[in-house]
Design a protein. Sequence first.
Length: 208
Amino acid sequence: MMLKMTIDECQEAIKGIFRELYPNCTVTYSYPGIFERPPLPYVLLDFGKVDSTRVDSSFSQDDGLLYQTWHNSMALTVDMVENCKTTHTNGKVMAPKFRAVADLAQAVAYINSPMLEDRMLGLDIAISTESSPQPIYGSGPGVDRAQCAFSIDFTTTTKEYAALQALDKEYEELRPASASKKLADFEAGFFIGVEVKADTLKEKTDEY
């Protein structure tokens, strides 16, 4: 089975948007169990589980392939983490500036703009804002953190040998296709003919 657009490619496209918006920040993914954080400031992207629904399928008699289109949805939580240490200037104590919420709001405004909508349309990606930026407290002294949520919808197209399409999500043992299941790991192509050699069977028959 081959994807024209993978989940990783969709996530990389989203990551590229935040890199453009915040060139002075490190933009990275959030992984379970990760404790080491990049130096401030940084943007953390936490992609949720992908839910997929088949929306279309068609069979081509020319190449014997089954083409399927899938609609995919996944949640995205974005964390903006910045430095807000108290500074001293000319003997005066300057109160820390909390900018994370305002900076993250720039991303929300851009994502909701027609400019990005047109750009994502060519990739079959749609981004929707689920929650506005909110401050996150308890991150430690000198750290300003804000968070907001988005939902990502995108389309993938798959193709596979129609003969290898499983019934009831399982390959039947007696189906001829079950003997060729490994072919599903390769890109679909053409077969002109199949040659079966019976030399081994003939040798065993001669022994008797």
